[in-house]
Write a protein that binds this ligand. Sequence first.
Ligand SMILES: NC(=O)c1ccc[n+]([C@@H]2O[C@H](COP(=O)([O-])OP(=O)(O)OC[C@H]3O[C@@H](n4cnc5c(N)ncnc54)[C@H](OP(=O)(O)O)[C@@H]3O)[C@@H](O)[C@H]2O)c1
Length: 338
Amino acid sequence: MKAVVLIKNGSAFKAFEIREIPKPSVMQGEVLIKVAAFGLNFADGMARNGMYKEAPPLPAVLGYDVAGTIEEIGDGVQNLKKGDRVTAMTRFGGYAAYAVTNASAVAIIPDQLDAATATALTTQYCTAFYAASEMVNLHNGNKVLIQSGAGGVGTALIQFAKYKQCEIFATAGSGDKINYLKQLGAHHPINYNTENFETVIKKITGQKGVNVIFDAVGGKSVKKGMRLLAPGGRLVCYGAAALSNKNIFGKIKTALQFGFYHPAMLMMPSKSIIGINMLAIADSQPAVIERCLSAVMKLYEAGIFAPEIAKVFNANEIAEAHDFLEKRKSIGKVVVQW
Ligand SMILES: NC(=O)c1ccc[n+]([C@@H]2O[C@H](COP(=O)([O-])OP(=O)(O)OC[C@H]3O[C@@H](n4cnc5c(N)ncnc54)[C@H](OP(=O)(O)O)[C@@H]3O)[C@@H](O)[C@H]2O)c1
């Protein structure tokens, strides 16, 4: 089968090759999917740059989400059959014509849902749902700050916070993205390149701050976030985009900028920090992924979740797709089709 193989770390334009590799075989509890489209996630760029320790050794096939048709079913799989149109989370291996994954990470998609859009509903929407519903349980009236609001996960978080009738503060780095945040229904879009989000939010809230922050930027953004949390507030850390494209000194500086937090410093002002890594959850608790994916599909069918597709590339444009995401040009999900 054809696969987009990561052959070396570094520039997207030198890192990939489309190669013929063996089709994966199905084990107990797994399904084989003929891939129509696969999604890009920000972590793919980190893996390409050799910054993702869970990534398989080179040559490797990256990819966390695919959409297509079930071609083969492993022993013990129920509720799925050959020919079903599905979307699925993969533990790498998604950048290929066929991908194998655990049946608990697969959802049947409605006929009218195209493969490209379906890829967004897996990793990015499940991460957002797990963070906002399971780890935080957003409530009506919560003041919520969503960093990188115009991204794949950010879009899902805004849609969920809107559904929960929260007051939404969202950041992004360009005028186009700010307009998109307004369209999504964010009440207070903030361009962090022209305004200090901490100052703006303190002013709007009368110094009271916010109840929940979703942050995948990391570094000083986390330290500012801790200052912005009201008593009872929760800061959800689920990424460290600020570490990307930095040399070792830049990485150390950014790592220090997160700050250091003793439990007493959390207890006294009643603030919490929550860390999320969906790979760790998928490895240890596949039932959580199954539950989140099923909830995400219901919210999609109810019209609450509606992925935005930034751009669809062909497989031979994988370098352009990576570059587009990495250079912060995307609004919503970046997808690749065969
Ligand atoms: N923990 C988990 O299990 C998990 C799962 C999924 C995703 N994530 C994390 O969630 C974040 C969003 O993922 P995504 O796939 O939805 O990507 P995305 O948000 O669609 O794209 C990345 C966006 O991050 C923002 N950004 C902030 N600092 C950046 C930097 N230094 N370099 C590049 N971009 C930067 C940019 O938006 P602006 O131009 O507006 O700044 C960029 O468009 C990523 O950090 C990812 O690693 C974590």
